[in-house]
Each structure stands twice: as C-alpha cells, then as structure tokens.
Design a protein around this ligand. Structure first.
Ligand SMILES: [Zn+2]
Ligand SMILES: [Zn+2]
Length: 242
C-alpha cells in the first residue's frame, strides 16, 4: 500500500470510530429514558379516606416485593391542612425493605387555580411531588395559566395524569409551549394507568420534544400496584425508537 492508500485507510478507520461514538452518544440518553414496568411512581395508602383499607405502607411494600418491583413511590393526596403527614412520613422512613426495592416518600398535590399547589412548602421542598389537576376549571385560559405556573414551580417533580378538560382541546402551538416548558424545567410527565393519560397525541408530542416520562399506577388498592396493562400502548410508544 502506498502512502496515499495508507492515509485513506486511516481516515476511513477514524471516520468509522467517530460515527460509532456518535451513535453511542445518541443512543445513551434514549436508553436511560426507557420506561421500566418494575417502577411505580404513584401509589396511595389508606392515609386518604378513599383507598382500600388494607392498603397501608407495610402491605404495599410487601406486595411490591412479592411482585418484584424495583421502585415504589408513595404519593398520598396532600392538602395544606393535612394533619397526618408526619406519621405518614415516619412510617415510610422506618419500614424495612429488602435491598432490591427502592422506596420514595412523596405526595400528590392538587394544582390550584393560580398554578400553585395545595401543599405546604416544608413538605414540597423536601419530598417527591406529583402535581395533578383534580378540579375542573372549565376555562382554557385559567387551565393554561395554571399548568404553565406549576411547571415552573421548582418543588414539583412530576405532572400527574395530564389531559385537557372535556370542554377544550389545545392547538399545536399551545401544546408545544407546554412541551418546551416541561423540557426547560426538567419536569417528568407521568403515564397514568388509572386514567390512561396523557392522550396518545400528547405523549407523541412530549416524546418529540425529549420530555422525560415515568409510570404511575395511581393504585388505590393493593392489586393495582405495578399494574400497567391499561397503558401498554403508551409504554410501547415511549419505549420505541421512532
Ligand atoms: Zn390524581
Ligand atoms: Zn393519585
């Protein structure tokens, strides 16, 4: 091989390494964003007044271990005036788990009309927070203002079961505005198995904008923990590379 031929060979080799490296760099964040059906980031307990009575911290942990979950986030409905929070937090923090199950202490907080959350800052500052709409405001302007404000709240980690109200839909520009805010503020979008939300077209748009997702069963009874069959389609869409 003459000098020129050798040079070309080396050049080709370097290009090959570079493109492999680029492919890996591109692939890496995608891999880390894959949804894991062994992680449930939205589980209630009987600290609220409407879950099954046998759903408590200990029984939920036992059940999660039995079905092989890797992550379980307790996210009880909170209000600013809730008076059970300290015993709830203590109970979770004292429980013994096997080393394979990671427990997260958190709350699901209602998004209020002005986009603030119904949770005292001393709790939202220190624990995992899902912010969800639980009131129908019946007005797109109020809803848009609330969602934009809550996404910018540094105490909020996740937006739960997000969907438009029945009386309105968002146009593409409005949806993209939300996508960009979610991305900018690092908020996670929950794929919620209880309500089968967000709508598929929203999930596709969030994915297009590299918004992060995770899974929440929104379990109010033991056998709903880690149960995601209702949102199989959404999980497939998020975990596919197209
Ligand atoms: Zn909810
Ligand atoms: Zn919930």
């Amino acid at each position: 091989m003459d000098n020129q031929g050798c040079f070309n060979e080396i050049q080709l080799f370097l290009i090959k390494i570079w493109s492999t490296r680029k492919a890996l760099i591109k692939f890496q964040p995608l891999l880390s964003r894959l949804l894991n059906i062994k992680e449930d980031f939205h589980v209630h307990t009987s600290y609220n007044d409407h879950s099954a009575l046998d759903l408590n911290v200990a029984s939920a942990v036992n059940y999660a271990e039995a079905i092989g979950l890797k992550t379980l986030a307790f996210t009880e409905h909170v209000r600013r005036e809730s008076n059970w929070i300290d015993s709830y937090v203590n109970e979770i923090e004292k429980i013994n788990t096997n080393s394979n199950l990671k427990l997260i202490t958190g709350f699901e907080a209602k998004i209020l009309k002005d986009g603030s959350i119904d949770c005292l800052p001393k709790y939202s500052d220190n624990y995992f927070v899902i912010a969800s709409f639980h009131t129908i405001y019946g007005n797109k302007e109020i809803w848009m203002n609330a969602i934009k404000n809550v996404i910018q709240n540094p105490d909020v980690n996740v937006i739960g079961h997000l969907a438009p109200e029945q009386s309105f839909s968002l146009d593409n520009e409005e949806l993209i505005e939300i996508c960009e805010l979610l991305r900018e503020h690092g908020k996670i979008i929950e794929l919620n198995a209880k309500y089968n939300r967000p709508p598929l077209d929203w999930v596709l748009e969030f994915k297009e904008h590299n918004v992060e997702f995770h899974l929440g069963s929104d379990a109010h009874s033991l056998n709903e923990i880690g149960e995601f069959s209702r949102i199989r389609k959404l999980v497939q869409v998020v975990n596919s590379y197209t």
